[in-house]
Design a protein around this ligand. Structure first.
Ligand SMILES: *Cc1c(COP(=O)(O)O)cnc(C)c1O
Length: 364
């Protein structure tokens, strides 16, 4: 750190976020299964909208995001006036921390929660607090027990990343109802579309004044590289977030392509059904090998090995065959690998390599 020119307290406590890697030197058959991306990519309608958007690159985008917000409102049955859009849901998470938490305040999340909660809390000068989980699942009682007069934000991803586990809406309701008066519950629904019959908590947002939902186009919609996410909340929260949001935080390209993706029912349906089919197939294969997984409601599985060494050795075996998965020691899970559900060919390669690896080890 510089002797005189120093950042705000907390900033240097942030460990740089490591994105999932995508390349292995000297190989052209690499499959990236480390960032929970849609194996089918963006849908045709999104790609076409992207080409069309090239004609208007000289125009400033709409500051009010009204086209995309209306499309989201219509698609998900929400009040468009209470939607805010950002450069990925990461930006919405950052707006929330910036607006509601500062020095002396606490931002609460669960033990194996998404790394951006801690990063955004520290960036805002607030104190991140992790509550224990129970069998890699969000524990509402543990979260409530960690609440204090300083708690301002509580983040819960449901389904969670990197565990894939989910808690029922009744538990989320109990959490929202039990929070101290000054605390806002943020339901991160990055994987909500993969969970059958789950609205991401939208109805709870409508029913209460202390719940916000965040969503993204990065996972199911196959637009991680485009950077579009959004939040849905009570009017008082949206009014606050609108003040910290830059007026041109999303480009025309981002908004047009995201809107087109919402209308691609065929791509959405295929992505959901293929993910469920191959996720259950891969989990069965792993379990048959003695590699445990939790029931995942998302587009990845968390494979648990004997210990950290075995997980690292399996990761090396996968890399040697061109398969990049995610080591999750930074999430407090050194004995596990998070494997994004690829297409059928990719899942078969993964199962084959892990099978051979476990055989060579004489068991899981
Ligand atoms: C991927 C992910 C996000 C979304 O990130 P974007 O910024 O929208 O790409 C948010 N929360 C969780 C838990 C995630 O896994």
């Amino acid at each position: 750190m510089h002797k005189h020119i120093r950042p705000q307290p907390g900033i240097m406590d942030i460990a740089l976020y490591q994105g999932g890697s995508s390349r292995i030197a000297g190989r052209d058959d690499v499959v990236k299964l480390s960032s929970n991306e849609n194996p089918f990519g963006a849908g045709d309608l999104a790609r076409q909208a992207y080409m069309r958007a090239g004609h208007d690159l000289h125009r400033y985008p709409a500051t009010d995001h009204s086209g995309l917000r209306s499309a989201l409102g219509a698609h998900f049955g929400l009040d468009a006036a209470r939607i805010i859009c950002g450069a990925g849901s990461d930006e919405i998470i950052s707006f929330l921390c910036q607006a509601y938490a500062g020095p002396g305040d606490e931002v609460l999340y669960s033990q194996h929660g998404f790394l951006m909660y801690r990063i955004s809390a520290l960036a805002a000068g607030a104190t991140p607090i992790a509550a224990p989980e129970c069998d890699r699942t969000t524990d509402v009682d543990a979260l409530l027990a960690q609440c204090s007069p300083r708690t301002r934000l509580v983040f819960v991803a449901n389904p969670n990343n990197p565990t894939g586990t989910m808690i029922p809406l009744s538990e989320i309701e109990r959490l929202a109802a039990g929070l101290p008066k000054q605390a806002l519950l943020v339901l991160d629904g990055a994987y909500a579309e993969y969970a059958p019959d789950y609205d991401g908590g939208a109805a709870l947002v409508d029913a209460r004044d202390n719940v916000v939902m965040t969503r993204t186009f990065s996972k199911l919609f196959g637009l991680g590289g485009l950077r579009v996410g959004w939040g849905y909340g009570p009017q008082h929260v949206i009014d606050v977030l609108a003040r910290v949001r830059g007026p041109f935080n999303l480009s025309n390209v981002q908004m047009d392509v995201a809107e087109a993706a919402l209308g691609d029912a065929a791509h959405i349906a295929r992505s959901i059904s293929e993910n469920a089919r191959m996720r259950d197939w891969l989990a069965d294969k792993l379990n048959a090998l003695g590699v445990a997984t939790d029931a995942s409601l998302a587009n990845f599985v968390l494979a648990r090995f004997r210990d950290a060494d075995q997980a690292a050795a399996c990761n090396a075996a996968l890399l040697a065959e061109g398969l990049i998965v995610r080591q999750v020691a930074s999430y407090g899970l050194p004995e596990a690998l998070r494997i994004t559900i690829g297409d059928e060919a990719a899942c078969r390669r993964v199962a084959h390599v892990i099978g051979a690896f476990i055989d060579g080890q004489g068991g899981a």
